[in-house]
Design a protein around this ligand. Structure first.
Ligand SMILES: C[S@@+](CC[C@H](N)C(=O)[O-])C[C@H]1O[C@@H](n2cnc3c(N)ncnc32)[C@H](O)[C@@H]1O
Length: 417
């Protein structure tokens, strides 16, 4: 589905939703005149139980792009090509706002990898992490990769970026993005379960010089430069590695990621480092953009029209599914924090606006981790961000109808001694 107004793509209900009145009452003045949204009753009940007003889905959101710094002075040529107004987002550098129906995919800039579509609230989550050149950064739920690309851009050529996702096909899309935008040099991507992933960054201390190769490894098992076209030998080797029952698969690595020249055992030897508890070898920054019910995303809710509303009932409304998703979120957050070095920063975000998946998960996490502290997001013009306070100190919520962004929850955590 393209970028379409929600009202235009949702089915007309056979009955008047119970929370219709709530919807009318809560319609923001700036959006008045917009018809109430026809959502199925079970979903409205879910929103009601979760304390979310259905009014957040009213109105048509603009679309956003992030542009490479070198492209910023060429915005007028993109305006001419697309035939629409493109305005800079005043509160987050590098982001621009377009009409909701603007089609960027055929533009010269998109094809040349100068711009990509990314919601500006997602950009805020990345900005909150405060990445600096030289950092070792972990993105524990990386696919399909918009945030990973922004992280890679902020990192420059100094430091490393490790992306992890459990879904191979989604991580492959991430790899395509990194390559298209020329951002993969310092990155490595692993297909792995983020709840137990335990590879540390390849820093000088844990780099190839410190780790002795295993005696039964051959030269052919040393990682050479990654390329999209693989030789038959490489494919055979990868097949063999997977057959050996690896839980972790290295899907992509750039020349400056520290992987080139290592053997498989050297790379995986990083695992044992955690037991040694050298916190200094851990990641400086960790992003846990956790799997969630996506109920803050208008675009995502629209997709249920294609998938069928019964899919939504199965994915969002089933109590067992909800319990398993909050458990997964807590496990991802816990493991991300374990991989973070003392003094480091972690950002937890979801595109759900329910209490349970955000403050609820954090509450449980903070009760178990005396050395975790919620801290204020002070990055880049933060005072101008169009968000609201969450229900825990320093947490933020982007409410779509007020912020004109996709819905997002963001919390920033500091790892103390
Ligand atoms: C909200 S999406 C992440 C979006 C991504 N950060 C971006 O900006 O494009 C959540 C991701 O978590 C992944 N995921 C789900 N369970 C996981 C697990 N146990 N370990 C790692 N990733 C997981 C999903 O495959 C999905 O790609």
């Amino acid at each position: 589905m393209g970028e379409v107004a929600l009202e235009a793509c949702l089915p007309v209900p056979s009955h008047r939703p119970r929370h219709y009145e709530d919807l009318e009452e809560n319609t923001p003045a700036s959006l008045s005149g917009t018809k109430p949204l026809p959502l199925p009753q079970p979903f409205l009940d879910y929103l009601h139980r979760s304390g979310i007003s259905p009014s957040i889905y009213l109105g048509v959101l603009p679309r956003y792009i992030r542009v490479k710094p070198t492209f910023e002075d060429k915005i007028s040529s993109l305006e001419m090509e697309l035939g629409c107004k493109i305005s800079p987002v005043t509160w987050l550098h590098g982001f621009y706002m377009l009409p909701h129906d603007a089609q960027i995919a055929s533009s010269v800039a998109y094809q040349a990898g100068e711009i990509y579509g990314m919601d500006v609230a997602s950009g805020a989550a990345v900005q909150a992490l405060g990445v600096q050149e030289g950092d070792h950064v972990l993105d524990l739920c990386a696919a399909p990769g918009a945030k990973l690309c922004m992280l890679a851009g902020q990192l420059g050529n100094n430091g490393t970026l490790t992306g992890v996702d459990i879904a191979r096909h989604r991580l492959a899309a991430c790899r395509t993005m990194l390559q298209k935008y020329g951002l993969g040099n310092s990155c490595r991507l692993f297909v792995a379960d983020g709840t137990c992933f335990d590879l540390l960054p390849i820093t000088q201390r844990t780099g190839s010089k410190d780790i002795m190769p295993s005696t039964n490894e051959t030269v052919s098992e040393v990682f050479g430069e990654w390329c999209s076209r693989k030789t038959r030998r490489q494919k055979k080797r990868e097949g063999r590695l997977q057959k050996e029952g690896d839980k972790i698969e290295l899907l992509f690595y750039g020349n400056g990621s520290g992987v080139v020249g290592l053997t498989k055992n050297q790379l995986l030897a990083n695992c044992s480092m955690l037991q040694r508890n050298h916190s200094a070898d851990h990641y400086d920054k960790v992003l846990v953009d956790a799997e969630c019910t996506h109920d803050g995303s208008l675009k995502h809710i629209c997709k249920y029209e294609q998938w069928g509303w019964e899919t939504l009932e199965r994915r969002l409304l089933d109590p067992e599914r909800m319990a398993s998703i909050t458990k997964l979120q807590l496990q991802l957050l816990t493991n991300g924090f374990r991989l973070l070095k003392t003094g480091g920063t972690l950002v937890y975000s979801t595109c759900s606006l329910t209490y349970d998946q955000n403050e609820g998960v954090l509450d449980k996490f903070l009760n178990l981790h005396y050395n975790a502290e919620l801290v204020e997001i002070t990055e880049c013009n933060r005072a101008g961000w169009p968000c609201e306070d969450g229900k825990l100190p320093h947490t933020l919520r982007f409410n779509p109808s007020r912020s004109r962004t996709s819905g997002l929850f963001i919390a920033k955590i500091h790892k103390c001694q």
